[in-house]
Design a protein around this ligand. Structure first.
Ligand SMILES: Nc1ncnc2c1ncn2[C@@H]1O[C@H](COP(=O)(O)OP(=O)(O)OP(=O)(O)O)[C@@H](O)[C@H]1O
Length: 224
């Protein structure tokens, strides 16, 4: 299973007080399943993604990514997991400005020791950015940059893709195209996808929709 979360509780310091941000959160995502994570601003969506990526320590409960438990995992295990098993896509793309598109796409796969030129080129072709391979990020549109970020994330063939508002900076027609490409590539790679989104039309395109409210995660109707 790419992602299993059992009874996760997470407490934060809010000024001088402490409060539970996440309570009894459980979630399973199967290979190739695409799941939307929704919830009001401040409900804890980004914190949950950070916990799954091993960027914040698990306080109570269990998170398994590709079978690897994150609770009690050492930093080395977590950094290997981020290289080999999961990938993240951000709203602000996080491309490397000194590398051209081809090198940006190859970057994560090289880091994971899984670089495959044919695979990188096929991702670029599928995402419609193969004519931009020698361009640099500052010459690209927002939609093009997000496509490069998606190709880079899929380069190492991750079991789990985490995406935080990946189309938040795009207009509706670009957003629809990028989401359609992301879903179809995630499915064809059998990568599970957990995507934070504020857009109900984006959420509806996913297999399942979950909502975080008052610390609790619940499945909503819709999606699929
Ligand atoms: N390490 C931390 N210490 C203290 N407070 C934190 C910490 N991490 C997150 N918070 C707080 O937890 C709450 C949830 O933040 P988070 O970014 O996870 O929400 P979100 O649902 O992603 O919001 P948005 O949709 O606005 O991005 C916020 O009130 C934030 O200030």
């Amino acid at each position: 299973m790419p992602l299993t979360i059992n009874n996760l509780n997470h407490r934060i310091h809010d000024g001088h007080t402490e409060r539970w941000l996440l309570t009894r959160v459980s979630l399973n995502i199967t290979p190739g399943e695409c799941v939307a994570l929704t919830g009001d601003s401040g409900s804890g969506k980004t914190t949950l993604l950070n916990l799954i990526a091993g960027l914040e320590p698990v306080q109570q409960g269990e998170i398994y990514v590709g079978g690897q438990g994150l609770q009690h995992a050492k930093d080395k295990t977590l950094s290997l997991l981020r290289k080999q098993t999961l990938a993240m896509i951000f709203q602000h793309y996080n491309l490397l400005s000194s590398l051209n598109v081809m090198d940006n796409i190859s970057f994560s796969a090289r880091l994971a020791g899984r670089y495959d030129e044919e695979h990188s080129l096929s991702l670029a072709k599928n995402l419609g950015i193969d004519h931009l391979l020698d361009h640099y990020p500052d010459t690209l549109s927002g939609g093009e940059m997000q496509r490069v970020a998606i190709a880079r994330a899929l380069g190492p063939r991750p079991k789990l893709l985490l995406a935080d508002e990946p189309t938040g900076n795009l207009d509706n027609s670009n957003s629809d195209k990028v989401i359609a490409q992301l879903l179809s590539l995630a499915k064809s790679h059998h990568s599970a996808l957990l995507m934070v989104t504020h857009s109900s039309s984006v959420a509806e395109k996913m297999d399942k929709i979950y909502r975080l409210k008052d610390g609790l995660l619940s499945q909503q109707s819709g999606g699929g």
